[in-house]
Design a protein around this ligand. Structure first.
Ligand code: MN
Length: 283
């Protein structure tokens, strides 16, 4: 079974279709997509992406984790987020059915073993010093609250980070990009390389690999124990030529997170997806 990790799709349904077609052509029925979250928003077809991923998941051929744009969708459904010009998930909100419940029941962290290496997949970041078991335990507690009921999920999504440790961990795992010398985290990009969340995380001798997304400005990140896969497909045309990136480690490889590593697919974006007005609203 070939595991195929996939970067941020953000409503780019055509590009996801192209990626799945390549997976089927090269691996037949023997593949499983692992998507890093941010399936929805900013791109043209959020609902189509959810439908595709859900159908694959129902066949046991896909897994995904929650990204900040899934949380934005849930907040919009809760009525606590006013839609912005760049929010394009109205198709999901208007689809009816159980989409909101399906989204809130997705995991926050997925774990596994690739060859000889234990790893986690999450949307943005882990924290310096968290073992794989601690990360997974925090995620299970948050997932239980998100899955308990809509009311409990919306309560957690509305909680202040300083008042609720789960809310802080949820925000960190889905949005963090930097950690300062005093351990304070932020979604803002680091001013200095050593303040990048993953530089601080690596300095604590982690016991596992991490696959993540969320950081299109950084782009593809290939470093021992780290694979960052957000290459900003949805920004094609606005930021030059962009791609939807996949990583295909081999299960035969004892150390799949070693470098150099050429086992990537770069599926070209099909079109410019964002107008200047939407682009200006993203920042
Ligand atoms: Mn994101």
């Amino acid at each position: 079974m070939q595991r195929i990790f996939v970067g941020d799709v953000q409503g780019c349904a055509d590009e996801l279709d192209d990626l799945v077609a390549r997976a089927q052509a090269e691996h037949g029925g023997e593949f499983e997509l692992w998507l890093v979250g941010d399936l929805v928003n900013r791109g043209p077809a959020s609902l189509r992406v959810l439908q595709r991923v859900r159908a694959l998941e129902d066949e046991g051929r896909a897994r995904t984790v929650l990204g900040n744009h899934e949380l934005a969708l849930l907040r919009a459904a809760a009525g606590t987020r006013r839609l912005r010009v760049s929010d394009t998930f109205r198709d999901v909100l208007e689809a009816g059915g159980d989409w909101i419940d399906w989204v809130r029941r997705r995991p926050l962290v997925a774990t596994g073993r690739a060859g000889g290496q234990r790893f986690a997949m999450l949307h943005a970041a882990s924290a310096p010093g968290w073992s794989l078991d601690e990360l997974a335990e925090r995620a299970r507690r948050i997932e239980a609250r998100m899955a308990a009921s809509r009311e409990e999920a919306f309560r957690l999504l509305g909680a202040r980070r300083h008042d609720d440790a789960d809310a802080d961990a949820l925000a960190r795992i889905t949005t963090c990009r930097s950690v300062d010398a005093r351990g304070r985290w932020s979604s803002r990009p680091p001013k200095l390389a050593h303040d990048a969340w993953h530089a601080r995380w690596l300095s604590h001798a982690p016991d596992h690999g991490l696959v993540y997304g969320h950081w299109a400005v950084q782009g593809l990140h290939v470093q021992p124990l780290l694979r960052g896969l957000d290459t900003g497909c949805v920004y094609h045309g606005a930021w030059g030529d962009r791609f939807l990136t996949a990583w295909l480690p081999s299960d035969d490889d004892v150390r799949p997170f070693d470098v150099p590593d050429e086992r990537f697919w770069h599926v070209p974006a099909r079109a410019r997806h964002l107008s200047d007005e939407m682009l200006a609203d993203c920042s």
